[in-house]
Design a protein around this ligand. Sequence first.
Ligand SMILES: Cc1cc2nc3c(=O)[nH]c(=O)nc-3n(C[C@H](O)[C@H](O)[C@H](O)COP(=O)(O)OP(=O)(O)OC[C@H]3O[C@@H](n4cnc5c(N)ncnc54)[C@H](O)[C@@H]3O)c2cc1C
Ligand code: FES
Length: 269
Amino acid sequence: MWTGSITFNNQLAPQCLHMAVRLPAEFPDPVPGQFVMIRPAGGDGPLLSRPLSIYQFHRNQDHAILEFLYRVVGRGTELLSRLTPAAEMHILGPLGRGFRIEKTRTHRILLAGGMGVAPITFLAQYLKGQVAGKDELKICLGAKNCAEIVGVERIKDMPGSLNIATDDGSLGSCGLVTDLLPDFTQGCDPRKTMIYACGPMAMLKALAEQLAPTGIPCQVSIEERMACGVGACLGCAVTVHDRRGKRVKKSVCKDGPVFNIEDICWDQL
Ligand SMILES: Cc1cc2nc3c(=O)[nH]c(=O)nc-3n(C[C@H](O)[C@H](O)[C@H](O)COP(=O)(O)OP(=O)(O)OC[C@H]3O[C@@H](n4cnc5c(N)ncnc54)[C@H](O)[C@@H]3O)c2cc1C
Ligand code: FES
């Protein structure tokens, strides 16, 4: 467990905040798609730890900075939203298995719905140092309306094209973020392509159906509810197909949160 202090906790949009926490320099390098369990120090203890994906990570000589983007949906996130700079935080992590980067997949499509933009931005930042000259990178963000599209300023500085879709057409194309996909996948070689996605479960389920006939591989980060965050309580079980096609239970916190989209038994969710 790490102890850090908030450097800022700013509102970006209604119910959506951007927080940075300063941690000791020994905090390990996270990989995109990993998350932490975070809570204010003191108070009600571990019951208030909440999982948040890592949005950005920076390291200086004497400290590390973790950034988060989060939406206020209930008690835990409401409590986080009221914290001010210098507040002490307890952080467990980095946790879970993040996105896998295969160098041979030179055509990468990053798809984020809502707060899924947090791990997808970290992945884009990570790829910035990895993408070779001819590699293709497309980033697609989706939300209900323009007020809910957050993090664009940060992602604009990343390599690759940025494409936006909103349900009401108030920014970018009118429709779902998954509607953007056919334009980018048409005629692409599934052996050289990888889609990375994070967003609401309904979006990921629709994506699984859309991709099934195409053979294009996709890794999804599942942001299901969690309790312990370390594989001890079975509170985040998901059913997946193992290598022999048998249905088995896996923990999102320990075996995920990133899974291959075709491994997940979507009928069980
Ligand atoms: C690996 C992982 C990474 C995550 N990363 C982020 C992130 O970067 N930014 C962010 O805003 N959120 C993220 N979440 C979701 C976040 O953890 C929850 O929104 C938070 O725990 C809710 O706590 P609460 O006490 O505020 O709400 P609660 O009081 O626990 O719940 C309030 C309402 O929100 C619903 N809810 C709670 N958790 C979830 C969930 N995981 N998905 C959908 N609905 C939920 C409940 O059903 C309830 O209706 C992540 C979740 C996981 C598992
Ligand atoms: S949250 Fe406890 S096992 Fe995953």
